[in-house]
Design a protein around this ligand. Structure first.
Ligand code: NBP
Length: 482
């Protein structure tokens, strides 16, 4: 029996589709799943000469060409450690483990360290933490891939992974080596954070149209379709159209109106928010999106409180005409989305500096052009702006093409947020997107007052505008009683 090019462990949604994707590009893949019934089912349904079922680690490892390239697609967390521990006795120096799950990047950093020679009885096993985005469809037809970790291993696996990746706007594979140890999983975490923020912006836009302008889901679906044909062209706007316009099969009306307004989360938005807080960075549009899902989950409390506070939206629609609003909304969405990317990219820049990763933001933009959930025309705009500005790692808000776009559309974002404030519809992600750009482009913020207050009550000291050093003032405590 000829040896397989690759091994894949974990045949749930993602693993089985990735295995099929590799096989469809001509590679042979040995697969293994903890529960053998799943392997049997998979082989029965999809098995061919390219997909080989194995039922224990000895059989699995023996079936692979050396150095072995083994992708792990199991539930993130303890299961990944368990699989690595079980595999290790059968591996040899130079073999490669690729974790394609949504692992926390700190776990990936730990695993990378643990797999160096000292920790594995003299066997140098390479470890790659690879962010995978695109869900089931992406895994099967072409995901966006964010590998990080061993560069030596990357050289050996790239031919396989480039073959299965989605294509960017110029037809190149949506994959790049992101950086050392946990860089790939870090960038995937930020990708998911941006995904939270973009979906929250879309939900806020929907709510304005539904509540203030009394648009039907059909009308909103048609508007989003129009947006999708323009500069907001993206996977999320594309799928929003059927989600909005599908008729309910169980009763008369639109399905969207029957879906409970309680959003779930798997935690990557929270991870990104906590990481930003720990690094002293603001990704407020992402964090607001996480908070918004938490608030949505408090359905019973909201129901009770809504009866106590009947603050119905005002007739905002009449103060800003429907057609005019549609244009403002489109441009406000565009500016707000750029702000979300600017926030995410600043977090990546900070993490890269602290973790010593050589991250290239032009490339990150490029590999998100296709395959992933946030794929959009805008990513090509960001990528091109970085290239034209010859500024692959500048803050996004400093890239010349982006400065022009923000200057052009910020007034509409401002108009939208200020209008929303009069309607009673909450727009936390639009608001924070605006405030982020405003604050990051403001020379003098009011933090001087905060410093003064901190120095008053806690002698925390302050810096001055006119000379270096740290200063403390003996503020007159008695003045507080005057
Ligand atoms: P799941 O995250 O649902 O995990 C199920 C797989 O993990 C099964 O193969 C299961 O084997 C295996 N497994 C578990 Br659970 N515990 C195990 C253990 N202790 N030892 C060995 N195997 C174990 O699968 P998924 O949705 O395909 O996702 C796989 C990874 O990809 C996850 O990290 C996920 O977060 C990530 N991801 C998912 C998506 C998506 O759209 N679903 C997108 C991008 C990334 P069993 O059959 O024996 O129970």
């Amino acid at each position: 029996m000829p040896l397989s090019d690759l091994g894949l462990i974990g045949l749930a949604v993602m693993g089985s589709n990735l295995a099929r994707n590799f096989a469809s590009r001509g590679f042979t893949v040995s697969v293994y799943n903890r529960s053998p019934e799943r392997t049997n089912e998979f082989i029965k349904e999809f098995g061919n000469e390219k997909l080989v079922g194995t039922f224990d680690y000895v059989q699995f490892v023996r079936s692979l060409k050396r150095p072995r390239k083994i992708m792990v697609m199991v539930k993130a967390g303890a299961a990944v450690d368990g699989v690595i521990a079980d595999l290790l006795p059968y591996l040899q120096a130079g073999d490669i483990i690729i974790d394609g799950g949504n692992s926390h990047y700190r776990d990936t950093q730990r695993r990378s360290k643990e797999l160096v020679a000292s920790a594995t009885g003299g066997k140098k096993i390479h470890f790659v933490g690879c962010g995978v985005s695109g869900g089931e469809e992406g895994a099967l037809h072409g995901p966006s891939l964010m590998p990080g970790g061993s560069k030596e291993a990357w050289q050996q696996i790239k031919v396989y992974y480039q073959a299965i990746a989605a294509k960017d706007f110029s037809g190149r594979p949506c994959i790049t080596y992101v950086g050392d140890n946990g860089a790939g999983h870090y960038v995937k975490m930020v990708h998911n954070g941006i995904e939270y923020a973009v979906m929250q912006l879309m939900a806020e836009a929907y709510q304005m149209l539904r509540v203030v302008y009394k648009q039907t889901p059909q009308q909103i679906g048609e508007l989003f379709k129009k947006y999708n044909a323009g500069k907001l062209n993206s996977f999320l706007f594309q799928i929003a159209v059927p989600v909005l316009t599908r008729q309910d099969e169980l009763k008369k009306g639109f399905l969207i109106d029957a879906i409970l307004d309680r959003a779930g989360a798997k935690g990557t938005g929270q991870w990104a928010s906590v990481d930003a807080l720990e690094r002293g960075m603001s990704i407020s549009s992402v964090t607001e999106a996480v908070f918004a899902r938490s608030t949505s989950a408090a359905k019973n409390d909201r129901l009770k409180l809504s009866k106590l506070y009947r603050m119905l939206p005002t007739k905002g629609g009449s103060t800003l005409g429907g057609k005019k609003f549609q244009t403002i909304l489109e441009n406000a969405l565009y500016a707000a989305m750029i702000s979300c990317y600017a926030q995410g990219y600043e977090l990546i820049r900070k993490a890269a500096a602290e973790e010593k990763w050589e991250v290239n933001l032009a490339e990150i933009s490029r590999i998100w052009e296709g395959g992933c959930i946030i794929r959009a025309k805008l990513l090509n705009v960001l990528h091109s702006a970085y290239q034209k500005g010859n500024s692959k790692n500048s803050p996004l808000l400093a890239v010349p093409g982006i400065v022009t776009l923000i200057k052009k559309h910020l007034p509409e974002l401002r108009a939208l947020v200020s209008f929303a404030g009069t309607t009673g519809v909450s727009t936390p992600s639009f608001s924070t997107a605006l405030f982020y750009v405003q604050d990051m482009t403001t020379e003098r913020l009011p933090a001087n007052l905060i410093q003064g207050l901190r120095d008053f009550f806690g002698a925390h000291t302050y810096e001055r505008t006119d000379r270096p050093g740290s200063f403390h003032t003996e503020w007159n405590q008695r003045t507080i009683n005057n």
